[in-house]
Write a protein that binds this ligand. Structure first.
Ligand SMILES: Cc1cc2nc3c(=O)[nH]c(=O)nc-3n(C[C@H](O)[C@H](O)[C@H](O)COP(=O)(O)OP(=O)(O)OC[C@H]3O[C@@H](n4cnc5c(N)ncnc54)[C@H](O)[C@@H]3O)c2cc1C
Length: 381
């Protein structure tokens, strides 16, 4: 067992940290206030190789590991969760669905555009009436000659409006329940495909979360990803990897809030002493640091298993459940340490506090993670 990162991983961490502090931090509040997706910053994230980090070089990717990916998402999110979720959704949902489930021809068609950041990827499973129970998908895909015709609407799609390619799930055989749901790659500009309402969110406001609407949207059979009827099963596999990145997103924000609170506690004086000398503040910092470390260990174990192609269903759910709940607790305590200054937008913890809450909801709520973990535990009895 080895708890150290390699020299290359330490260098990756330094590179991404510098990038995030220089290129993202100066304007992140502006984008947050305007609720605008920062396209130019995302292009730079792409130039750095972070939009294809886990994919082989033959598809234009950086060919790095899931551990490297966790480091990158964590360091970006330590500065800004909106870019963090953009990197996570693009890599481990859209691109990874194509990488893990598509044909070789489809991989060659789509991945080079995604891995370089020329295209932004979206992945659209959730519907207004099918959230935690995604098997209740109602969007339909009807066979028509050599094509498929899609009708229905999706909600809460990250990059639903700004995305260039969306992996969409639709029912192809209503008689087969969750084994009758298939995945399709739909390109922006396809007639009958459009974004609907853009959500006005409490946090991650520079990230685009929108409805996706399909009205007689015709796609070729060569846009069906994987076997017909296996889209839902593939989605669950993709989420096993995605959840590690949402855990890293939460961890990054927790670290950002903790670092800010630690510094503030040594600078802010009350009763003629730095507030860090009060045991109440020290205990909060100690709990925050301990929980951050524990979350990091769970995340890196899941990433390590994923890198070895081992089963990661329970471990990724544990990492996501724990790290997201820690993220919420740590950001809450950080805000408390800042007192009134934590409640205003001049310091970063107000934004972390709003942004981090998504992590207990997206890619399966905390309750659903517990179901996944319990199902695995009971299957071994
Ligand atoms: C900012 C943002 C970005 C998102 N990005 C994407 C995306 O890119 N693609 C995508 O497909 N989706 C995306 N989502 C959707 C997200 O995955 C869903 O919101 C989530 O899965 C929960 O579904 P729901 O909102 O419909 O809640 P519901 O399923 O209605 O849940 C409501 C409550 O009931 C609880 N609950 C439900 N079922 C059970 C159960 N069996 N046992 C115990 N408790 C239960 C839940 O835990 C929750 O507390 C995004 C959501 C947000 C907010």
């Amino acid at each position: 067992m080895d708890f150290t990162f390699t020299d290359d991983q330490e260098m990756l961490r330094r590179t991404v940290r510098e990038f995030a502090e220089q290129e993202i931090a100066p304007t992140m509040m502006e984008f947050d206030e305007k609720q605008e997706f920062p396209r130019e910053i995302m292009a730079k994230v792409g130039e750095l190789g972070l939009l294809g980090i886990i994919f082989p070089e033959e598809y234009g990717g950086a060919g790095l590991t899931y551990i490297d990916y966790v480091i990158a998402v964590e360091e970006i999110s330590r500065v800004d969760g909106s870019i963090g979720i953009a990197v996570a959704a693009h890599n481990s949902l859209c691109s990874n669905h194509i990488y893990e489930c598509a044909s070789e021809e489809q991989k060659r068609r789509y991945l080079p555009k995604l891995t370089t950041g020329e295209w932004i990827g979206a992945w659209s499973l959730t519907e207004p009436t099918a959230g935690s129970d995604a098997s209740g998908t109602r969007t339909q895909a009807r066979r028509d000659g050599d094509d498929w015709v899609l009708n229905g609407s999706k909600t809460f799609t990250t990059h639903g409006a700004v995305g260039d390619l969306c992996v969409v799930f639709a029912v192809t055989d209503p008689s087969k329940g969750k084994h009758g749901i298939s995945a399709f790659a739909v390109e922006k500009g396809t007639p009958g495909y459009r974004a609907g309402k853009k959500e006005n969110k409490m946090g991650l406001r520079a990230s685009d979360t929108s409805e996706v609407i399909m009205e007689d949207c015709r796609v070729g059979d060569d846009q069906l990803l994987g076997k017909p009827g296996e889209g839902f099963v593939d989605a669950m596999k993709v989420l096993d990897g995605g959840r590690i990145s949402i855990a890293a997103l939460a961890l990054g924000m927790a670290r950002g809030a903790y670092d800010a609170a630690l510094k503030y506690a040594t600078e802010r004086e009350q009763f003629n002493k730095p507030i860090a000398t009060f045991q109440a503040i020290q205990f909060m910092l100690a709990d925050m640091a301990t929980e951050i470390d524990a979350a990091s260990l769970l995340i890196n174990r899941a990433a390590w298993l994923k890198d070895r192609g081992m089963k990661v269903n329970r471990e990724s759910a544990m990492a996501k459940l724990y790290a997201s709940e820690v993220g919420v607790r740590v950001c809450d305590r950080a805000l408390q340490i800042f007192g009134g200054y934590g409640y205003v937008k001049d310091f970063p913890v107000e934004k972390f506090y709003r942004d981090v809450k998504l992590c207990t909801i997206g890619e399966g709520t905390s309750e659903i993670q517990r179901l996944v973990i319990a199902r695995d535990l009971l299957s071994r009895v």
